[in-house]
Design a protein. Structure first.
Length: 396
């Protein structure tokens, strides 16, 4: 069965329409029973009760079918029929069946006003039924539980369905948001790597000329050392850039505007610690920094850029969400063959944040994680006690 067919069937038979179709089948079964009785006894020999039952059943089917397009009109017509057609317990089976069907139908209506009006009119009808029906008033013992059970059951089911639909919509929005965040971050990564690779190749070309026209061996050797180092880094960065471009098709966008962001060729992770710690201090935070300057300088430029961008996004999140005036820290150290960025801040006590809630930092956390993965690193962010801890690792 195709997806289009499934969607069509869901619209025709799903939700409230299912109640309508099942109700029509139930009323049709009652109608068929009365018609069979008429045919067996003959219309001339049948009493008025059977004829009225068949007519009421057909009318109820028409009223219920009206709910497929105009549910309010259908419910109003049914209430009117209760007052004018069911004054006693003569048609008990049809009465109880219709009460269950239409009460389940009104429970599926979103409007609380419509539900309350229907139930209020139903109570009024039952009161007058108790007076008019005399001995048949005892049938209320059956009618009332049917109404309560039909309403509570149907309402519970539809509330659960509404919550499920909302959850599905939220998950779909989160999925789209995640995809958009990853796509945007991949474009940023590609732009940064494009700048770095182009810059390094330019330097390689210049150093090649310097080595060619150098007058002494030391100058040539120094130029060749620079070429060797930059060539290795450029090859690594070029592979990263091609992997990013293959995954999201941003080849045509990598030269686009960076919206005021600093050029990737001028970015240093150590500079980021200085810039963003000062930015946090300017925002009123008490900031501590811990940096292995000697070790971190050995990172490739692409790794510097990646860490800088993470610090940039994390700083924005701290200013937005951290406890104002609280203490925070930025640590950038080498651990084995890995550079580790660790940023810690105090969480607002009045704001509940789930440990793995990616929405806390908006799409930024998604982008930061994707950036670290693109560079072969790791990323983790979450709440621990009253602190939000972000850890980004990237290999040398």
């Amino acid at each position: 069965m195709s997806l289009r067919t499934k969607l069509h069937l869901s619209r025709v038979f799903g939700g409230r329409n299912l109640i309508i179709w099942l109700g029509i089948l139930a009323l049709a079964a009652v109608t068929l029973t009365e018609i069979v009785t008429l045919l067996q006894n003959g219309i001339g020999n049948s009493d008025g009760r059977v004829i009225r039952a068949a007519g009421f059943a057909v009318l109820l089917i028409i009223i219920l079918a009206l709910a497929y397009r105009f549910v309010w009109a259908s419910l109003g017509a049914y209430i009117a029929m209760l007052f004018f057609a069911f004054g006693n317990g003569e048609q008990l089976l049809l009465l109880v069946a219709s009460l269950g069907i239409f009460t389940a139908l009104v429970a599926s209506v979103d409007s609380a006003l419509v539900r309350n009006i229907y139930l209020s009119l139903l109570v009024v009808w039952m009161l007058q039924f108790a007076i008019r029906a005399q001995d048949d008033a005892i049938t209320l013992v059956v009618q009332i539980p049917v109404v309560i059970l039909a309403f509570m059951t149907s309402r519970s089911i539809f509330v659960l369905l509404e919550k499920n639909q909302q959850s599905v919509k939220q998950m779909e929005r989160l999925r789209e948001r995640t995809e958009n965040a990853i796509r945007d971050e991949r474009k940023n990564i590609a732009r940064d790597l494009h700048d770095i690779v182009a810059h390094d190749i330019t330097i390689v070309a210049m150093q090649s000329k310097a080595a060619k026209f150098a007058n002494d061996a030391n100058t040539s050797r120094e130029a060749i050392d620079v070429i060797s180092k930059l060539s290795s880094e450029t090859l690594h960065d070029l592979r990263l850039m091609l992997n990013v471009l293959r995954s999201d098709g941003t080849m045509s966008d990598i030269g686009a505007d960076l919206n005021g962001k600093p050029s990737a060729t001028t970015i240093q992770a150590l500079q980021g610690v200085t810039v963003f710690s000062q930015r946090l201090r300017d925002a009123g935070f008490d900031v501590e920094t811990d940096v292995d300057e000697q070790e971190i300088t050995e990172l490739p430029r692409s790794a510097h850029t990646a860490l800088y961008r993470v610090m940039q996004e994390a700083t924005t999140n701290i200013i937005k969400h951290a406890e104002p005036g609280s203490q925070c820290s930025i640590s950038l150290k080498r651990r084995g063959d890995t550079a580790v960025l660790r940023m810690v801040n105090q969480v607002m006590t009045s704001k509940k944040i789930a440990t793995n809630d990616a929405l806390w930092g908006g799409s930024g956390l998604i982008g930061m994680e994707d950036r670290m993965r693109a560079f072969g690193g790791q990323f983790e962010a979450g709440k621990h006690a009253h602190q939000w801890i972000l850890v980004a690792e990237i290999p040398f």
